[in-house]
Write a protein that binds this ligand. Sequence first.
Ligand code: A3P
Ligand code: MG
Length: 277
Amino acid sequence: MHPLDAELDIARRVARQAGAILLEVYATPFAVHDKAGGMGPVTEADERANAFIVEALRDAFPSDGVVAEESDNTSGASRFERCWFVDPMDGTQEFVNRNGEFAIHIGLAIAGKATLGVVYRPVGDTLYWGVVGQGGFVEHAKGRRALRVSDTAEPSALRLVVSRSHRSRLTDAVVRRLGITHEQACGSVGLKCGLLAEAACDLYLHVSDKSYRWDNCAPEAVLRAAGGILTDLGGTPYAYDGSELQNRRGLLACNAAAFEHVAPVVAGFAREAGILR
Ligand SMILES: Nc1ncnc2c1ncn2[C@@H]1O[C@H](COP(=O)(O)O)[C@@H](OP(=O)(O)O)[C@H]1O
Ligand SMILES: [Mg+2]
């Protein structure tokens, strides 16, 4: 028994059940609405899965904080030693585009650090999970495999994964400077970090200031459990202590072997672009 086994079991079960809710809506001609403040699209699926996950976590862990994308998320995560960060559907644009690249994120931060993560892709039934310091797994219908990031250190050999729907010039500049030739697109922060955690890709950049801690808490825990690193574009880790929810300085996810070569290059371009001050 590990100390967080109960949390992991419940988070995995809840993620699968929420996945069934997303698929139920996916099979209908669902409506899409734009959220206020340029926060992107939302559907009935995001809202139903959000309500289900939040209620299940509150029932199971009444003394923990819960911050979720489609809830009132000004609710003061800073008051809790343990706080769950929930994205009921990461990659809503991909759900709308019907390409299957969306995921449920359930992350647990303890003392402000991403500690446990579950990322579930309902289409294809792929579940990533991990606890920092205890390792992680990816589970398909065919079985499960331990997660371990790649050990590629040579920058030009890195396989980059980027958003399918949001492109940036900073990414182009980094690709040119490092001499990267392999690039693929995928929806969802969690699925991109999953690809790194299973060594199918090595580097991920997210350049906007429009992601939030529910986008990266579970992905960061899965990636760190697999030996990888997730920081802002300046190479500094984000705190999940409720002091701030918006990821104003973008995201950099990388295997550990290349991080020291890549991080200064990314930080230099991010500084030039005014993303870091
Ligand atoms: N340029 C941008 N503008 C708005 N939202 C962005 C963005 N880049 C990324 N995001 C957010 O980051 C998440 C992952 O995006 P992507 O799949 O393109 O990598 C999405 O979360 P949600 O789908 O949960 O809203 C999306 O809202
Ligand atoms: Mg999201």
